[in-house]
Design a protein around this ligand. Structure first.
Ligand SMILES: [Mn+2]
Length: 260
């Protein structure tokens, strides 16, 4: 093999898989799909798994509030982390207090994370719900609902109340999320893209919108990650910085519907 071909194959080495917005619920057909995907990641995936937020339709990650199906998925993720892989969790608008989970299923949990690829650059991963800064109500809710004060109050509630709070939050957020998603925040997207570029990134990956497209905003390549439902689409990032859509179970066709 000559030099160029060797360089070529090194650039094709996968670095990360990125999965966005499964919105898993109890008795959800996608639960099985997601667990098979995690099994596949364990056996054939690269070193890093990025979960781009909204893992469950709504959840409060406090011990009394977790349902058995949620604990089960978190256990799979913890096993992947303990086997030496990097599990990155980007917090979405449906994920509460995940950074305080104990034992920790994630190597990192936060609002943004950058993958630095030598000679290629940095790729920013964010959920995407913070792009639209014109939605002041949502922005205030996001800050308030995630504050330490609210967390202390919620943590002091009995588990049953925490779980019912999670279900109510899901319902309450529905109209806001729909209105937010229907709006195409072009000026806000450009402003956000400028900030990401100022942090030294050339590319960004966002979920939340359940779109499947790539756009250029203020010179930043923005990949909108598809929602992981149905045929299980996800993104694969290689060492050349190329981001590709892959389908985990293309044979599913339209049999498992997507949700908003
Ligand atoms: Mn979202």
């Amino acid at each position: 093999m000559d030099e160029a071909a060797r360089g070529g194959s090194a650039a094709k080495r996968e670095l990360a898989w990125c999965v966005a917005d499964p919105h898993l619920t109890r008795d959800d057909p996608v639960l099985g799909l997601f667990k098979r995907f995690l099994g596949g990641f364990s056996s054939e995936g690269p070193g890093t798994l990025v979960i781009l937020g909204d893992l469950f339709a709504s959840w409060i990650a406090l011990p009394g509030a977790l349902a058995p199906y949620q604990t089960d998925v978190l256990e799979d993720l913890r096993a992947i982390k303990e086997a030496g892989r990097e599990v990155i969790f980007i917090i979405g608008n449906r994920d509460y207090f995940v950074e305080s989970l104990d034992p920790r299923p994630f190597s990192f949990a936060g609002e943004r994370w950058d993958l630095a690829i030598p000679t290629v650059g940095r790729i920013r991963f964010e959920h995407g719900d913070l792009i639209n800064t014109s939605d002041h109500n949502y922005q205030r809710w996001r800050v308030f609902s995630r504050s330490e004060a609210v967390k202390r109050v919620v943590a002091a509630l009995p588990g049953k109340w925490q779980a019912s709070l999670a279900r109510r939050a899901e319902k309450a957020l529905e109209p806001t999320n729909r209105a937010y998603k229907d709006y195409s925040p072009l000026p806000e997207l450009e402003r956000w893209a400028n900030g990401v570029k100022a942090d030294g990134c050339s590319t960004a990956v966002v979920g939340h919108f359940h779109e499947d497209k790539t756009v250029a905003a203020a010179g930043l390549q923005v990949h909108f990650a598809p929602q992981f439902r149905g045929i299980g689409p996800f993104l694969s990032v290689n060492a050349g910085g190329v981001i590709e859509r892959v389908e985990w179970e293309p044979q599913n066709g339209g049999s498992v519907s997507t949700v908003k």
